[in-house]
Design a protein around this ligand. Structure first.
Ligand code: BGC
Length: 381
């Protein structure tokens, strides 16, 4: 006889195909006692794996991680899984001790968006010893053989989309320029940041070298490997603002105006935009192209006001659904569906990778509002 968990898994997969993951999970768990985080989903002896899931997110300070953590927890809770959701305030030690507690508390699956991908090795190896399945969520984790799966977006494509937008808008392929340009990179401890940068720099570095993009601050890495030299640790808006203020006041003299800024994500873009405002830049006059990533509400508002040119949108609702689907397969003792795999330096990690897409002002209604990703009223539409 198949267990609750096996039914959970098969049900999820069937219903995902029918496009109703949440309802499907809930229906599958109807024989269980609860809908909350203490549901009895983990108690069936015949299960391949108990549906007892520790969710470890980096910080509550960014909108996307709140949505990611709470959204995934809700799908799993509705299915009767046991869940524990923790946020680590962007502190690695805190994330390690939260993971230790989740392992000690009986988690059989860990979903981890790592703050520092390089420092979680020992705690995840402890998880592996206890037969806990580890899913690296959104952020790749390198150097640990304890990582079983990854779900996320194509990180290099994020950077390539930002850079491609810059190339098109400025007409760089037609030889236009020179343009004054300032590149930024993400947090040096986040493994994704390297790939965002290399995706962008593969496209933009040739134009820096040709002189079509001039970097007055000199903060233009000579190669992709030097990206961390311009990284903003912790992805903080305030730090990005301080860095941009410093570049503008120290390197832009006379009539010089920055014309284009590569910002790897929306939290940095907000800080960069605040620095531009502070330095007297005005939309419609001398405001530069600023890129972003995530489609956070404040940045969608900035796009509508013309302060941010674009964002790379990652539909994290789909990411959560794919992750829940992966969990359902693991619980059922089946091999999860994956689309690719990567070598993390210690093992080959199977990954379900999703495609990001560009959102500009004209797309806000059609892509973000109509799909329900943001509410019109939240972004002032
Ligand atoms: C995520 C981005 C996010 C950044 C800062 C990255 O790992 O992929 O979506 O903007 O972290 O939290």
């Amino acid at each position: 006889m198949r267990s609750q968990h096996s039914r959970l898994g098969r049900g999820v997969l069937g219903l995902v195909a029918a496009g109703s993951l949440v309802a499907g999970l809930a229906a599958c768990s109807s024989g269980d006692s609860g809908s909350g985080s203490g549901g009895s989903g983990g108690s069936d002896a015949a299960s391949a794996v108990d549906c007892n899931v520790g969710i470890s997110m980096p910080t509550r300070s960014l909108e996307r991680w709140i949505n990611d953590g709470e959204g995934l927890k809700k799908i799993l809770d509705d299915a009767g899984c046991t869940t524990d959701l923790q946020y680590a305030d962007n502190k690695t030690d805190q994330q390690i001790s939260q993971l230790q507690n989740q392992i000690a508390g009986g988690a059989k699956i860990l979903v981890v968006a790592a703050i520092d991908g390089d420092t979680l090795g020992p705690v995840l190896e402890e998880a592996e010893k206890q037969d806990v399945t580890v899913i690296a969520y959104d952020r790749l984790i390198n150097g640990s053989a304890a990582i079983d799966y990854h779900t996320g977006f194509d990180n290099e494509a994020v950077g390539a989309l930002q850079a491609g937008y810059i190339v098109d808008q400025l007409g760089l392929e037609d030889g236009a320029g020179p343009f004054l340009f300032e590149p930024f990179a993400g947090s040096p401890d986040d493994n994704n940041a390297r790939y965002f940068f290399s995706g962008a720099w593969d496209v933009l570095l040739p134009y820096v070298e040709s002189g079509q993009l001039e970097v007055p601050s000199g903060k233009a890495p000579a190669s992709n490997d030097d990206w961390a030299s311009i990284g903003i640790l912790g992805w903080g808006s305030d730090d990005a603002q301080a860095e941009m203020e410093n570049r503008l006041s120290s390197f832009y003299t006379g009539d010089e105006k920055v014309q284009v800024v590569l910002s790897p994500n929306d939290s940095l873009a907000l800080g960069i935009e605040a620095a531009l405002k502070g330095a007297g830049y005005a939309v419609g006059q001398d405001w530069p192209i600023v890129t972003g990533q995530d489609a956070d509400k404040a940045n969608v508002q900035a796009i509508l006001k013309g302060e941010q040119a674009m964002t790379v949108w990652k539909d994290t609702r789909v990411l959560r659904e794919r992750t829940a689907e992966m969990i359902a397969s693991i619980v059922a003792g089946e091999e999860p569906e994956t689309t690719t795999e990567f070598d993390n330096g210690a093992t080959t990690v199977k990954s379900y990778e999703l495609d990001p897409e560009v959102v500009v002002k004209d797309d806000v209604q059609t892509k973000l509002v109509d799909s329900g990703f943001v509410k019109a009223s939240d972004v002032g539409l």
